[in-house]
Design a protein. Structure first.
Length: 289
């Protein structure tokens, strides 16, 4: 009888505990769902405050092009050409010759000279010597080299490319990673598009940008929903900028840790239900005897 009484008492209290636990799980699940539904279309819209009136105001200050400028540490390629190919040969890397195993012909592959901008903002070219390129955009660098070459070459043509210009995008975006500045300029909207845009859990009103200026880091907070974005000095990105999209409150609720915790509690509740059922069955059998 004592054993039967113990089983009945234990089963009763255990049943009460499990009911409260299941009620708690239900409340947490409903709360998480409610927070998830709080990500409205309004919160996901860029530049939602832009209208015809604000557009006129923006155009007064909007800079249509902000090409990246060359900085110390950058790597650039330079290709020089002219009608007289022999005259420009000293300014380009020699071609690489190799034998084609399928034929008896010897093929050549042209290569571009790569220059690293030193800490003083200079590059050093064959024959021409040092040229100061810091702060110049690509077209200005081409003109600088072309002017120096005209003393040695008739009608030279110069092509300059910045090969290590890229930005990093981190945080609540679809595919965090680096984005190359391939056309001389890159906007923050283009960078986000390149990584698949922000997730619904990214804060569009508080995007952090880190930028190196004259050897020091600068930080800025950008509101992607405001028309002020288009006139911000951070709308056009510079090489080595870092963009970080912070998570919103919904992401905190829907984090992996909460999901794992709910899963564990649910598993324990299921196991406990089985135990209670077994205890009740044994108790009924003992009472029948």
């Amino acid at each position: 009888m004592r054993i039967s009484f113990f089983f009945r008492t234990f089963a009763r209290y255990f049943d009460i505990i499990m009911r409260k636990t299941l009620r708690l799980i239900t409340i947490l699940a409903v709360t998480a769902l409610a927070f998830s539904s709080c990500v409205t279309q309004k919160n996901l819209t860029y530049l939602r405050e832009v209208n015809a009136q604000s557009a006129d105001s923006i155009n007064k200050y909007f800079v249509p092009s902000a090409e990246v400028t060359i900085k110390p540490g950058d790597a650039i390629t330079i290709f020089v050409s002219a009608l007289d190919q022999e005259a420009v040969a000293p300014y380009n890397l020699p071609t690489i010759a190799f034998n084609d195993p399928t034929t008896e012909q010897v093929k050549t592959t042209p290569m571009l000279l790569t220059y690293r901008v030193d800490e003083n903002g200079d590059i050093e070219m064959p024959v021409l010597g040092k040229l100061h390129v810091e702060g110049l955009v690509r077209a200005e660098t081409e003109q600088l080299i072309k002017t120096a070459l005209e003393k040695h070459v008739v009608k030279p043509m110069v092509q300059v490319n910045l090969i290590n210009a890229r930005v990093s995008v981190l945080g609540e975006v679809a595919r965090p990673g680096t984005v190359n500045i391939s056309h001389g300029r890159l906007t923050i909207l283009e960078a986000l598009a390149a990584v698949g845009d922000m997730t619904p859990y990214g804060r569009r009103d508080n995007v952090l940008i880190s930028r190196e200026v004259q050897g020091k880091l600068e930080f800025a907070r950008i509101n992607m929903t405001s028309p002020d974005l288009l006139t911000s000095p951070y709308y056009y990105l510079q090489q080595n900028d870092v963009i970080y999209v912070a998570p919103n409150g919904v992401r905190a609720i829907n984090s992996t840790n909460v999901s794992l915790w709910l899963s564990m509690v649910s598993t324990v509740a299921s196991a406990a239900t089985v135990i209670v059922t077994v205890l009740r069955y044994n108790n009924d059998r003992n009472s029948g005897k």
